[in-house]
Ligand binder design. Sequence first.
Ligand SMILES: [Zn+2]
Length: 257
Amino acid sequence: MDFLAAMRIYLLILAFIFGACIGSFVNCAADRYCAKESILRGRSHCPVCHHALGFLDLFPIFSYLFLRGKCRYCGAKIPIRCLLTELTMGLSFLLAALKFGFTLQALECCMLLAALLAVALIDFDTMEIPDGLLLFGAVVFEAFLFAYDNWQERLTQGLLGAVIYGGGMLLISLIMDAMLKKESLGGGDVKLYALLGLYLGPAVGLVCLILSCLIGLLAAAFGKKGEFPFGPSIAVAAFISLMVGEKIISLYLSIFL
Ligand SMILES: [Zn+2]
């Protein structure tokens, strides 16, 4: 194997480890947000026995596997969600690096994915999407514009996407609210669509919209009854759209052309 190929594999492994660490951080930050604790202050601790976590407890994925999913100090079960978020983010960062290479675009994509993971986890627990996370996403989009040669086009397409999907979903939710006489789509969901329209533009934004409805319907059919958070479905749809949205469009068009 030549040096470049070895280097590439090494960097991809680093991307996976970095993603797993970010997944671990986001999971912990989301838990703290939901428990109304400070996100940045205080050391990580077991939520059951409150014992501060040691160095060996903080390795993503490995700590969970070595401890067999139990707290080292009190034996309380660590939610499987910790392991799943770490694995998911590791894989997501790996895929982002494969798609965009080791570029600023890949970094931007990873930052959006981290925000989307936080959105999904917090919405799942509290049925709420914090404005701060959406604002973070919008700031990242602005900050990375310079990394694009065609940044004017990216900005125009993005603003168009934000207006179409943010405005469109707002209109639909107002109509549905009036028809059902109760809140249908949350305000957080509408703002999330606007943010994704910004990143994806009008064309891929449509793929994301359709996918999120399909995934949402599946989740509603198999999930628990009653009120159910839509954010996780939108986040999954956004991830698929970011990775293969353009491929889906050209595949769809090739059926007709
Ligand atoms: Zn414990």
